[in-house]
Design a protein around this ligand. Structure first.
Ligand SMILES: [Zn+2]
Ligand SMILES: [Zn+2]
Length: 257
């Protein structure tokens, strides 16, 4: 039995004290690979360092919509360089966050488009962050022809119709720990309908800690609780969910077993 945490943030300060123990616990829980996402300039070098420190770790680099306003003339040349490193398996997370609006909407829209183009140039799949911006996210994915790079809609929060459009473009849908929350009934209904062939599981650690640990720091070993919930919703075995989500993650990140 093997699991993959398709999305975590191991470079964040929450892991500074015990990163090695966190990685070991993941391994002991069957989490074979962890993809750690560096979301802003100050984190990219550290993200790569962490990915390079362990055979089971890989990196994803890009500029998060929160940080879109920080993009300057140096940003894309720097990313072009860093993303050529062996351990970088996707470009992201990029997208739109109209919940917090830490960068203006105009800037987020512009930088999202630009970064899809950069990912295509780098021949990397994209990891998409979409919070409270479903129609705009879909519009940009379509008009920028994001099916040419494909990738993952991470922490999916849309409805089934949106998932369907994304899957038809070749995207995978990644399910976070919030699927275990009492009030996540509508997300569970959506996941129930999405074929296992298009699903990934993720922690987004240190955020979105699943039950029974909600309220504590999240970590990659907890991705198991999300996979267990997916199995329960779909009325299939945990082993099947582990096997398929692992295969899917290996395929989208272009890794061989
Ligand atoms: Zn995100
Ligand atoms: Zn994230």
């Amino acid at each position: 039995m093997m699991l993959i945490d398709s999305h975590a943030h191991l470079e964040m300060p929450e892991f500074k004290r015990d990163l090695e123990a966190v990685i070991q616990r993941a391994k002991q829980s069957g989490v074979e690979y962890i993809f750690t996402v560096g979301t802003e300039k100050k984190d990219w070098t550290r993200t790569l360092e962490i990915a390079n420190s362990h055979p089971s770790l890989y990196a994803i680099l890009g500029v998060h919509p929160h940080n879109a306003k920080e993009i300057d003339d140096q940003t894309y040349p720097t990313l072009r360089e860093l993303c050529r490193e062996e351990k970088v398996k996707a470009y992201g997370e990029i997208g739109l966050d109209f919940f917090r609006n830490l960068s203006s909407r105009e800037v987020q829209l512009k930088r999202f488009r630009e970064q899809i183009a950069l990912a295509k140039e780098l021949r990397l799949p994209i990891v998409v962050h979409d919070r409270e911006a479903h129609p705009e996210t879909l519009e940009i994915l379509k008009s920028e022809k994001a099916e040419e790079c494909g990738g993952i809609i991470h922490c999916f929060s849309g409805d089934y119709e949106m998932a369907k459009v994304c899957m038809d473009m070749g995207f995978y849908i990644s399910v976070p720990g919030s699927i275990t929350f009492k009030n996540a009934g509508s997300l569970r209904e959506v996941v129930k309908k999405i074929p296992l062939e298009s699903l990934l599981v993720e922690t987004d650690a240190p955020f979105l800690t699943p039950e029974p640990f909600r309220g504590k720091r999240n970590e990659p070993s907890y991705v198991r609780y999300t996979a267990e919930k997916v199995a329960e919703i779909k009325n299939i075995s945990f082993e099947k969910v582990a096997e398929m989500t692992t295969e899917n993650a290996l395929r989208v990140y272009r890794l061989k077993l």
